[in-house]
Design a protein around this ligand. Structure first.
Ligand code: HEM
Length: 235
């Protein structure tokens, strides 16, 4: 079997998916590694600590319509939407899939903004991906504006955390929400980030609340395209 094409999902997510990287693969717990799920770098050819992934959307008419996640809804939060698929699966590689309704790739890796004092509490509170009870998920691809990318790193950090408090406001939602952030901008993708979240159905309200909070902050004035794809694990 081609180890790069491991299908993630109901099997208990392998070190593959989840928003944020916050970088967050800095946390072993967040990486979701288990003995059954070896370090993705070994399976993908990417360097240690890098997590490539492609989210593949399937339409009902597709011969391979069965994905690991069933799509509940697609909402265009800002800018152009994406076509609504019936299912979503995730493979541990960066590879466009011409058979898919659409496919989006990214690589999770080191954190860009997390500071020393934030790292330990973040790592300690971040749950693994693939928890059996986390049967709901969200893929939220985001693109930020040219104005954002024209800023130097320190000014972006000042907006992201200094004024918008992205990390501080999100921390209380851990460990209910598991996440991983994939960077997609440098791959020439239509989005800069693919954010991935997993949570139990009873925590969906908390997730909605966090989205509302983050979207009201200064950081989000730089978001020019955002699509929310809500999913549940395919039985
Ligand atoms: C569940 C709780 C959450 C926590 C603890 C969290 C934490 C973080 C952290 C630490 C980073 C910085 C990564 C770095 O240093 O490179 C980050 C980045 C990011 N997060 Fe979150 N986050 C959460 C929820 C969310 C939600 C709900 C969204 C909305 C879709 C989101 C979207 C993003 C985006 C787009 C970035 C990249 C920002 C950039 O590099 O410009 N996060 N998050």
């Amino acid at each position: 079997m081609d180890r790069r094409r491991v299908l993630l999902g109901s099997v208990g997510l392998v070190g593959g998916v989840g928003c944020a990287s916050s970088g967050t693969p800095s946390s072993a717990a967040h990486e979701g590694k288990t003995s059954a799920n070896p370090a993705p770098s070994a399976a993908t050819g990417y360097g240690a600590g890098l997590f490539p992934a492609t989210f593949r959307a399937r339409a009902a008419a597709s011969p391979a319509a069965q994905g690991s996640w069933t799509v509940e809804r697609v909402v265009a939060v800002r800018g152009e939407t994406l076509p609504t698929p019936t299912s979503l699966d995730i493979v541990l590689e960066v590879a466009a899939d011409p058979a898919a309704l659409w496919s989006l790739s990214g690589v999770a890796g080191h954190a860009r903004y997390v500071e020393r004092a934030e790292k330990a509490p973040l790592d300690a509170a971040s749950p693994k991906l693939g928890r059996p009870e986390a049967s709901r998920g969200a893929l939220i691809p985001i693109r930020k504006s040219a104005a954002w990318w024209s800023l130097p790193q320190d000014e972006r950090r000042a907006i992201f955390e200094g004024r918008s408090k992205h990390i501080e406001l999100s921390m209380p939602y851990l460990p209910r929400i598991a996440r991983r952030l994939y960077q997609a901008r440098d791959l020439g993708q239509p989005f800069d980030f693919l954010t991935w979240f997993e949570f139990a159905p009873e925590h969906e309200g908390a997730f909605d609340e966090l989205l509302t909070t983050l979207r009201a902050r200064e950081e989000w004035t730089f978001v020019e395209r955002e699509v929310e794809i809500r999913v549940s694990r395919t039985a």
